[in-house]
Each structure stands twice: as C-alpha cells, then as structure tokens.
Design a protein around this ligand. Structure first.
Ligand code: ADP
Ligand code: MG
Length: 345
C-alpha cells in the first residue's frame, strides 16, 4: 500500500526564492527593474557594467536622488516602496515601480550590494543584502551622489535556472536590447553599457534625441529613413508618439520597440498589426524598424498579468490598434508615392 505524502509548509526563504525566480528569469529582467528604479530617481546618467552576460556581475550606477541611509535597513524587504502607500495608488501610479518587489527579489537569488548617497548626506553608505535582509552593518564611505547597485552571482542558489542560461553571449544580447530600448525612449538620459574591463559597447549622450540615439544604437541606415508619427485621441485617452522606417528600409529581422506608459513591453497583437501594415510595402519575410511610445490612461492598463511585467493587457485594444494601423498606413502611403515620383523623375 502506498502511504499518502505528508503536507509540509515550505520555509519562507524557499517560497521567496521561488517567487523571485519567476519575477527575474534572466539578467536582462533584473537590469530592466534597476534601470526603471534609476529613472524613477530622476537620474540623468546611467552607467551599466556587466560580466558574463550579467550572470556573474551586473552593476548599475546612477546620479539620481540616492536612498536615505535610514531606509537602507528595509529597502530590500518585500513590499517596501517609496512609491505606493494605498491599493488605490496602483491605478494612479506614474513611476515604474509599484510594488516594492524588485530589490527584494534580486536579493533572494543573488548577492546584492547598494552604495548610495543623497545630496543632503555628508558621505555615502554601503550595505549588502541576502534574502531580503541586511547582511552585516551599513558602512559609511566615499561616493558620488546617486546610487550604485551591484548584483553578483545571479541564480547562485537557483541551480535549474543557472543551467538553463548557459550562454553569456545570449544574455548580453538581451541586456543590449533592454539598454538600447530605454536609451532611445529616454533620450534626455545618458546611457553607457560596457563589459567589465573592456571598451564601451554603447553610449548615448545626456540630452540627446530619439533619432540621434537610434543612429548611435542601430546605425544610420535606419536613422535616415525614420518618419515621425503622432496620434492623440481624447475619447480613447490615447496618445502615441513614435518613429517608424519608411518603405526604403527593410530587414529580415526588424526591430520593434514598444513602450506602454514608458514601460518596455511586448504585445503580440500590436506586433501583428505592424507587420500587416508593412506587408503591402516590404519584400516578403522582411520587417521594419518601429519605435512606439503609447500612453494610455493607467486605469485602462493591467501590468500585472505576468510576473515579469513584460506583457500588458489594455482596454479598447481593437480600437487602439485600428487607429495605429490607419496612422501608419497613411504615413507609408505618403512616402511610397514620394518614392515613386523620385524614381520617375
Ligand atoms: P519599487 O520600485 O516598486 O518601489 P524596488 O524594490 O524596485 O521597489 O525599490 C524599492 C525602493 O528602493 C524604491 O521605492 C526606492 O525608494 C528605492 N530605490 C531603489 N533603487 C533606487 C535608485 N536607483 N535610486 C533611488 N532610490 C532607489
Ligand atoms: Mg522598482
């Protein structure tokens, strides 16, 4: 006879580690959260340094507000945040973070160190964390205004995840995509990305422009073919601003950078809509470069459909996508006729 198993409660640390592994699935997810924190802290310059695709070492240095030293003891605990105090705030929130989970999650699956200085403080403070809690004392030290967060040995205690992410090169590609995307979207902020001890791979200046940053990151063959698009629709509480390539440009992979309420996300329905618009104009199996910043009433967007916050759902999707298609269609049509005239001239 087979005895039924005994049900036991998992220890809190194990529960937290499992939850963290769902929120942070690869180094690029962690970096995205850290970049959003730096932007929330009003940084104008963000420097990212990486070893082994972020699996060994991932550091982000910003020049933002810093963290108050008397908050350093709880900053990595779950559900500690300076951005939300009531449930209702979730609907109004304009910052990236909203549930105080990022630093906590990372500290459960990596060695995390914070070095931070506020403008008002006389010196910087440094603290290390493990499983959401301070590890050792907070130390006073020298440092610039802003925050430097170092994440080492990501997934050291999540063996299955570590094994699944075997290619630092692939992880670095994801990191480049995240940094490149945020640099284009936040063109007033300077971004630098480099591998530890090597030359800089990506650098955008402070107070640059979207088109200039596209040129820096994706090259002139894309940047010179960009058309600006803009939609405002009060009824749908929708505004769109973006840059899309004209019919002169096509590429077998293409690039789709989609921001909804300033968060880098994916939406298969928008992707499909974009492809369908371009399919009339581009050679078969080729794609465009499309950067779209869509702003919607936060009340109409649900960012909590997926633990990594990568996928979003929003209300009035069909109407919004129709608007978008019509706008892109009109743009492409106008540039297509210009091209025909050029070739005939
Ligand atoms: P959330 O962003 O949802 O509040 P996080 O775990 O990402 O949760 O961060 C917790 C808190 O730590 C933030 O609310 C913020 O006060 C502080 N913080 C994190 N990163 C930074 C940073 N780079 N600069 C200033 N404060 C930060
Ligand atoms: Mg955050």
């Amino acid at each position: 006879m087979c005895e039924p198993g005994i049900i036991r409660k998992l220890s809190e640390d194990v529960v937290n580690r499992i939850a963290a592994g769902e929120i942070v699935q690869r180094p690029a997810n962690a970096l995205k959260e850290l970049i959003e924190n730096s932007l929330d802290a009003k940084s104008t310059n963000i420097i990212i340094t990486v070893k082994a695709g972020g699996l060994k070492y991932l550091q982000i240095q910003d020049n933002g507000t810093g963290i108050r030293s008397d908050n350093l003891d709880i900053v990595c605990e779950r559900f500690t945040t300076s951005k939300l105090s009531q449930y209702e705030d979730l609907q109004e929130i304009n910052t990236y973070g909203f549930r105080g989970e990022a630093l906590a999650s990372i500290s459960h699956i990596a060695h995390l160190t914070i070095l931070t200085k506020t403008a008002a403080a006389k010196c910087a403070y440094k603290a290390s964390y493990e499983d959401g809690k301070l590890k050792g004392p907070i130390k006073a030290c020298a440092g610039n205004n802003g925050t430097q967060i170092t994440v080492e040995d990501l997934f050291y205690n999540v063996i299955a995840r570590k094994k699944a992410l075997r290619s630092p090169t692939e992880e670095y590609t994801h990191i480049m995509d995240v940094v490149g995307g945020y640099a284009i979207h936040n063109s007033h902020v300077g971004f630098t990305l480099k591998k530890f001890g090597e030359k800089t791979d990506l650098k955008t200046p402070i107070n640059s422009t979207v088109v200039e940053n596209v040129r820096i990151i994706h090259g002139n063959s894309i940047a010179r073919e960009l058309m600006e698009i803009e939609i405002k629709d009060d009824a749908l509480k929708l505004s769109v601003h973006g840059f899309i390539t004209n019919v002169n440009y096509s590429h077998k992979k293409g690039v789709m950078l989609l921001f909804i309420n300033h968060r880098l996300v994916d939406s298969s329905s928008i992707r499909k809509a974009v492809d369908s618009v371009y399919s009339t104009y581009l050679p078969k199996n080729s794609h465009a470069f499309v950067y779209l910043s869509i702003e919607l009433d936060p009340k109409n967007v649900d960012v909590n459909v997926h633990p990594t916050k990568h996928e979003v759902q929003f209300l009035y999707e069909e109407q919004i996508i129709e608007k978008l298609k019509a706008c892109m269609e009109a743009k492409l049509l106008s540039c297509n006729s210009t091209r025909v005239m050029y070739t005939q001239a």
